[in-house]
Design a protein around this ligand. Structure first.
Ligand code: GCW
Length: 724
């Protein structure tokens, strides 16, 4: 190549590189763009002209810091700050007990109605002058209230007359990081782990602070720093010192640190011969460990434990059960106010019961037997974070045990960080589902927020999609999943529509001509991925290990329930997993009304059809199509939906920067390519059973089945690379 051409190519590459992940993506939904509407800007400037806030505590210092950062960016001027209320004050930020006495009666009723983390933002006239106050019972409420006020400004909402009284409906709003100590992230698609263990505790990366700010802005108040496939070393002094440094940063943003505890830690780092939960030496070891941790981190949240699941050690290794294990650890943390979050993601290779039934079978007999500081954390569906699953039958069935719901924000089964999938839609679908366990209206959200059974602890967890990528989440739209998770953890009744709209306006542009179509694209993106990956209740037909792309043919893995063929059960007769009374009878784990609905092939919502029924290829669906055609058309519909997403994004070009446009555009192209891959591979494979032709509307596959089966991805992200 001539030198000139090389140079041209070099510049082209530079531009391409520069176009993905622009630095401004780093700011997430906290961009604080200049408000170009002068009327609004004037009104906001008046309101924030003179801010009264004390800066004694870390939390209040952070409140002030955020205002100092945000206001000049949005309003292009500087606010004055004072320590106490003065005649000049236009915005007063203080806890209720510190408010001027003659102000209190105006707030009393509202303050009585908020909880310890709630807040009030109120516009009122005081001493004949307009005043906005942000108040709360505790300082952390002032932090949340301030972020809400700044969000209102970013959304260009009027503040005159503002009257917001809000409290989180869930106590523990937690991110679960599946971060390993070598900084790889299990199922992570956005770079490496944020936690730079080698430089901690001395070096506090600015990112820790920005991570905490982002979380606080959406109300997340707990973070589990390490992978549930745990390494005991994190409980040794060398690591605890580093954890302490992180906890010191996060505390000022209302965030408590949790760790994953490896059940066999007493053996691995304690030199004991056993980890039997009924052994007194083991109990003593955990009690001492707890006291060692709390000396460093007085507000340590507790442990998240994956036990006797996928090879992780647990109480069953010693002939004990989950209650023995969880309660032993809970006893160790109890004196310090810590919690045990015990995962219910269990299934055994020695049990040939339908995997979807195993967790319920195992945990139901333990209902009411856990100590008060134990929460059982249940994945949203009975298998494993599939693009669509029915709700987990444990929800509502355990009536005396607080259950936390675990969502997966990282897109293990949803196209990694290259597919645009707006997950709050999936979360909402589950939260809104009625379990009927205490009559009509017993939604999953009400099980989780405690309003159904009065849980002592309420919790909502999300497996983090955050890493060292400049934009934190790999796909810029995956930021919306972090944002939306936080909003739903605060209030599980907020609509996905509202979340999408807020996020778009905060992140990109407030113009309705941009927001409306792009919001529509986001809201339909979950259905699109279900269509092109797992339509009509199909599930777990992903390729082995890394779960990148389709692998419905895989049948050679060690355990039956690791193989896709176990889940789709396609044969010449038909396809689907019979979980009705004539099959595995998984339906029996639901309330009678739900059982009846799921058992009845004419009553079940078609999106769950093949999850619960094995049906002939000629079975007629409600729209008159035979099952084979319906499956094929759904795959095609998914592909078409991605094409529509590309059109929508193209039409939005003028509303976003060139980098933002290009970044998403390139990712949508990958999504289209992979949607086609899913469609072609799955249809060619299922066709070997159905022996029926593809309907006319379905595009012809680009390759033959052998080609798709031959693809290998030993270095797919999210797992430790391996050649097979
Ligand atoms: O879905 C599976 C994942 C594992 C994960 C496990 C779990 C952390 O493939 O990577 O392990 O779930 O949730 O424990």
């Amino acid at each position: 190549m001539k030198q000139k051409n090389v140079l041209v190519l070099f510049f082209f590459l530079m531009i391409t590189v520069a176009q993905s992940q622009h630095v401004s993506d780093y700011d997430l939904w906290l961009k604080y763009n200049l408000i170009d509407n002068s009327e609004l800007s004037d009104s906001y400037s008046k309101i924030t002209n003179s801010i009264s806030i004390s800066s004694k505590s870390e939390v209040l210092k952070n409140v002030k810091k955020e205002l100092t950062l945000a206001l000049p960016k949005m309003l292009n001027n500087k606010s004055k700050f004072q320590n106490g209320f003065t005649d000049e004050t236009t915005l007063l930020i203080d806890t209720f007990k510190n408010l001027p006495t003659d102000l209190k009666p105006k707030i009393q009723k509202s303050i009585d109605s908020v909880n310890g983390e709630g807040f009030i933002i109120k516009f009122l006239t005081f001493k004949n002058k307009p005043l906005i106050i942000i108040t709360a019972k505790k300082e952390v409420g002032l932090l949340y209230g301030t972020f809400r006020l700044l969000e209102f400004m970013q959304l260009h909402k009027p503040l005159t007359g503002i009257d917001v009284v809000d409290s989180p409906k869930i106590q523990l709003r937690m991110l679960n990081h599946w971060d390993n100590l070598d900084r790889s992230v299990e199922r992570g698609y956005a770079g490496f782990s944020l936690w730079n263990w080698q430089k901690l505790p001395e070096h506090i990366d600015e990112r820790y602070i920005d991570y905490a700010r982002a979380n606080a802005s959406i109300g997340i108040n707990a973070t589990v720093l390490t992978n549930v496939n745990a390494n005991a070393l994190v409980l040794t002094p060398m690591y605890l010192e580093k954890i302490e440094a992180l906890a010191n940063v996060f505390r000022g943003y209302g965030i408590k640190v949790y760790l994953t505890a490896r059940f066999s830690a007493p053996i691995e780092i304690g030199n004991l011969e056993t980890a039997d939960p009924l052994d007194s030496e083991v109990q003593k070891w955990w009690a001492n460990k707890a006291s060692e941790i709390y000396k460093r981190i007085p507000d340590f949240g507790g442990f998240l434990v994956k036990a006797n699941s996928e090879g992780q050690p647990g109480p069953q290794n010693y002939g004990r059960n989950h209650v023995d294990g969880a309660n032993m650890m809970a006893t160790a943390l109890e004196p310090f106010g810590g919690n045990i979050i015990w995962r219910a993601f269990v299934y055994s290779e020695h049990d040939d019961t339908d995997r979807a039934k195993q967790a319920y079978n195992e945990f139901l007999p333990y209902d009411g037997k856990f100590k008060d500081n134990v929460v059982v954390q249940v994945k949203n569906g009975p298998i494993d974070f599939q693009p669509r699953e029915p709700f987990h039958p444990m929800f509502g069935a355990l009536k005396k045990t607080p259950l936390a719901i675990e969502f997966q924000i990282t897109q293990e089964y949803l196209g990694f960080s290259s597919h645009l999938v707006f997950l709050p839609k999936l979360f909402e679908e589950i939260l809104d589902t009625d379990t009927y366990q205490k009559g009509e209206g017993s939604t999953v959200a009400r099980v989780i927020d405690g309003s159904l059974y009065g849980n002592k602890i309420t919790a909502l967890a999300g497996v983090s999609n955050i890493g060292t990528d400049i934009n934190w989440t790999g796909h810029p739209f995956a930021q919306a999943n972090w944002y939306g998770f936080g909003r739903l953890a605060w209030d599980p009744y907020i609509s996905s529509d509202q979340i999408a709209e807020e996020w778009l306006r905060l992140t990109y542009n407030t113009d309705i001509a941009f927001v409306e179509p792009v919001k529509k694209m986001m809201l339909s993106s979950h259905e699109a991925v279900v269509n092109y990956m797992n339509p009509l209740g199909l599930h777990h037909i992903f390729d082995t290990g890394h779960h990148y792309g389709p692998g419905p043919w895989v049948d050679n893995l060690g355990r039956p329930d690791w193989n896709p063929v176990y889940y789709h059960k396609a044969d010449t007769e038909g396809i689907g997993f019979d979980r009705t009374t004539s099959g595995s009878n998984a339906t029996e784990q639901y309330a009678p009304h739900v059982q009846d609905m799921y058992n009845d092939v004419t009553a079940i919502p078609e999106e769950y059809l093949l999850w619960f029924h094995h049906l002939s290829w000629n079975y007629k669906l409600k729209n008159g199509e035979i099952l084979w055609n319906a499956i094929a058309l759904k795959y095609q519909e998914g592909v078409d939906q991605v094409k529509t997403m590309i059109k929508t994004w193209d039409a939005s070009k003028s509303y976003v920067s060139e980098q933002e446009y290009n970044d998403v555009k390139m990712l949508l192209q990958i999504q289209l390519k992979e949607a086609q891959w899913w469609r072609d591979a799955c249809l060619l494979y299922f066709q070997t059973f159905s022996k029926l032709p593809l309907p006319d509307k379905v595009e012809k596959p680009a390759h033959n089945l052998e080609y798709y089966k031959s693809l290998r991805f030993p270095f797919a992200p999210g797992i430790k690379p391996q050649w097979d």
